[in-house]
Design a protein around this ligand. Sequence first.
Ligand code: ADP
Ligand code: AMP
Ligand code: ZN
Length: 219
Amino acid sequence: MSEPQRKYIVLLGVPGAGKGTQAKLLKEKLGLPHISTGDIFRFNLTHETELGRLAQSYMSKGNLVPDEVTIRMVADRLQQADCDRGAIMDGFPRNLEQAVAFDAMTAPYGGVYRVPLIHIEDEEAMRRITGRRVCRTCGAVYHIDFNPPRRAGVCDIDGGELYQRDDDKPATVRNRLYVYYKQTSPLVGYYFAKHLLARVDGEQPIDAVHEALMANLTD
Ligand code: ADP
Ligand code: AMP
Ligand code: ZN
């Protein structure tokens, strides 16, 4: 007997495109878990696990953590009970090897459901990343100009301290964009050829991007 279909949604876009912001909104609407490999690595870094120590050297330079580590981590995460209807993937897959591995993981459940590409220009990506602030306790994402908290430096949700990610400083951001174009952007063609790609204009207000994504995911 075949397994029931699941909705595995892959959000694509340069760093800063708004994948995390949109994934959090989609999670509420669609009732699917938000899986951010960057968040999982950062959690491990904060808790000083072996995985965190390994990831640190790659993340601090803006390079990708090796595939074997990342793919195993995602495969483990997808085994958890909350993923039994699918998942919203944010930051994975990030190269062709990971995309092929993800196809294999999801094949028993109907494969990848859809791949929205949130498009913004590189200059906008630089502005968004360098102004991004993250809550130390709940992970909520703000922008000092575009999506500011009510009180500077303080999370609206839980009063946690907002900090700037180390890899959001300009020198690292440029390498992260380079890594995106070299390693991740081939996935645009990969998923287009599979008729899964849906382009969305990411240079609109957060709500408008959300509406465009919902239109793509519920038709
Ligand atoms: P990604 O997960 O793709 O790296 P984020 O969701 O963390 O991107 O967003 C990057 C930054 O841009 C954050 O500071 C966020 O608050 C801000 N941001 C997200 N979406 C928009 C938008 N539509 N307009 C303006 N700023 C945005
Ligand atoms: P993000 O939070 O998506 O911006 O990711 C932050 C960093 O975590 C990246 O620059 C990489 O070093 C690492 N990372 C996140 N996702 C992956 C992935 N799928 N493969 C390899 N490294 C990743
Ligand atoms: Zn918070």
